[in-house]
Write a protein of this length. Structure first.
Length: 297
């Protein structure tokens, strides 16, 4: 798949996700209108929708239908958005900007931002449960479990907790850094890939390959994020840069140096692509690797 073809496919998936998210919003009449406004303020700010697009792409690549996977793709994006709302709070990353717009707590206040994040999390699971009830299927249940585990206490939250607990830690510990980012970053990408595979009823061998792919893709994403925090453009990134160094966070740039981090990113990209080279339809997945390796935001 060429880069142009990848962009066209990503746009197709984004449009499906945007329509699905809007349908969820319109169906949430039981939510207090001001809370719903705060919740979807951050959803509507946008982004590249990397995770839900990956979920849909994997499902289709393995012979599944995007429509079957869409409720889970939208729910994953809502969970990701909740994590960003909470990340930006003064008690965590204390960031006033997200995707080029004022952070949720800067618009609605800290209390409502907390509720907005929690609201997105609970509505995401409500949406997935409704999809499972409407069309009972083991693959859907496995997809929901994957998302729950990877986004929950033993997944993304463990990575975030370790990140906060080690601010200012001057010990350059590669194992600790890998733990933080395997959970904080890679787990949500793994949730997308493996959930899409479960909905398509992938076999054990394919699941193993995709697990390695997503693990390396998450590592690649985090390394490039660390690089861009040093070299990126605030306008393109849509958030405050240089905060990692200012807060004494352990990053790949701090551990390996800028050139070392770039080499590590290239190595992770190579391993991710190699993990899925045996798949018959791997075009979107390998193109996603190239896109993340060369990203500027």
């Amino acid at each position: 798949m060429t880069d142009a073809e990848y962009r066209a496919e990503a746009l197709r998936y984004r449009k499906l996700v945007e329509a699905g998210l809007e349908s969820i919003r319109l169906g949430a009449a039981h939510v207090h209108p001001e809370l719903l406004k705060a919740m979807f303020y951050s959803v509507d700010v946008g982004g590249k929708r990397i995770r839900p697009c990956l979920l849909l792409a994997v499902c289709e690549a393995l012979g599944g239908k995007a429509g079957d996977a869409l409720p889970f793709a939208c729910s994953l994006e809502m969970i990701h958005t909740y994590s960003l709302i909470h990340d930006d709070l003064p008690a965590i990353d204390n960031d006033d900007m997200r995707r080029g717009k004022p952070s949720n707590h800067r618009v609605f206040g800290e209390g409502m931002a907390i509720f907005a994040g929690c609201g997105l999390l609970s509505l995401a699971f409500e949406n997935m449960i409704n999809a499972c009830i409407a069309s009972p299927d083991e693959g859907r249940l496995l997809a929901m479990r994957e998302i729950a585990v990877r986004s929950g206490a033993g997944g993304m939250l463990s990575g975030q907790a370790a990140d906060i607990l080690n601010e200012g830690n001057t010990t350059a510990d590669p194992g600790l850094l890998r733990y933080i980012h395997e959970h904080k970053t890679a787990d949500m990408l793994t949730a997308a890939v493996i959930a899409g595979a479960h909905i398509a009823h992938a076999d054990v061998e394919t699941l193993g390959s995709l697990n390695e792919y997503s693990k390396q893709l998450g590592l690649l994403f985090q390394i490039t994020d660390d690089i861009l925090d040093v070299t990126g453009d605030t306008g393109l990134m849509g958030k405050t840069l240089g905060k990692d160094e200012a807060e004494g966070k352990l990053t790949y740039v701090r551990l390996l140096g800028l050139e070392g981090a770039r080499r590590a990113a290239a190595e992770a990209a190579e391993k991710a692509a190699a993990a899925v080279e045996g798949m018959a339809d791997n075009g979107y997945l390998t193109a996603a690797v190239r896109s993340i390796l060369s990203r500027s935001n």
